[in-house]
Design a binder for this molecule. Sequence first.
Ligand SMILES: *Cc1c(COP(=O)(O)O)cnc(C)c1O
Length: 427
Amino acid sequence: MDHFELREGVLHAEQVPLPAIADAVGTPVYVYSAATIRRHAEVMKAAVGGCGAVDALVAYAVKANPNAAVLRLLAGCGLGADVVSIGEYRRARAAGIAPDRIVFSGVGKEAEEMAEALVGGLLQFNVESLEEARMLSSVAAVQGCTAPIGFRINPDVEAGTHAKITTGTADNKFGIPAAEASAAYAEAAQLPGLKLQGITVHIGSQLVSLDPLEAAFRRLGQLLATLREQGHPLTIADLGGGLGVPHGSGQPEPASPEAYAAMVRRVTADWNARLLFEPGRLIVGNAGVLLTRVVRVKPGAKHPWLIVDAAMNDLMRPALYDAFHDLQAVQPTGQRAVVNVVGPVCESGDTFAMARETDAVAPGDLLIFRTAGAYGATMSSGYNSRPLTPEVLVEGDRWALVRRRVDVDALAQVEVPTWQSREDVTE
Ligand SMILES: *Cc1c(COP(=O)(O)O)cnc(C)c1O
């Protein structure tokens, strides 16, 4: 459920009419609903509440939407953070998320990032290779401390989602193969700077069926038992994120958080471990829309081209993953039309929808792309020298600009050359 609804013929975000935001900020603009974000956080917390041996932790995957205002909201809901760079770590801390609620994932962590997170504090590094474990151990030794870790296991399970958001098969770069886990833990246990406390898995994103997740968790449970028999006193099992969200318009309906939690309870009943969850999309996906205006309608061979002022640089998911975003007119007339929806960027991939039946709209009209709260603004770029998309947070009858439009003049200021002579750099 979300809070983007028609009221007297006009789409609102909570109690704020979207045309008011478009008039004040311009388009394209991302609009988030605070009530929806809070609701999703509470639904997830309630669903997984009783799972595991002690208090389960929901660590929001910051990469889904790292906006400072969004993070502050989620910190207020008691969520932790799953970060994949030191930049995300800093954002999480700045938003008030306590160090003991932060896990650090990612295959390419660098020594400086490790050191900063160690000094600042965190619950666990999710380590993706022995090579990384060795580097982390030496970084910790230099700091005179030990780094709490869990290895990320690649369970070699097909997630049944788009290839570019599948992460848990042998062909993906993520984690260590399940068959090598025992050897990895054995070697890591000998490293002076590490404390082996957990085990983790994350197989992909926008998962609709629970079956691949269950298969991965069963694999993880077997490994957990084996590793404990081998003398590793592991207490934390991090089950990752990946649960999909409904996209409307007849798209596949993913399992509910409640059904997911019921499966987790069943599979983990005898694990005797603290469970961590890393949802991203589930929390923010349907809590945001991309508000855009129709620039013009151009005749096409089969269907007219609806050219909107949002483009692939603002919302990359259709170009990157063939993602589906439901479309809706902000002031629908009741008329319908079949159109191709594209942006102004000079790429054929700048296509949001082909042959889509949707509300009929004319140049100047406003539209929304739904389910744009996750992997939307955070992936935006300045391609074609377009501004970085602004973001607005609505709360009841108020709204705030939470990211300004960063235009080409502002971007040009970081392009002023600072020349160095060869001698300067080789000294
Ligand atoms: C991206 C990511 C998540 C979140 O995935 P969602 O599909 O947004 O829930 C969780 N854990 C890790 C390690 C990730 O890379």
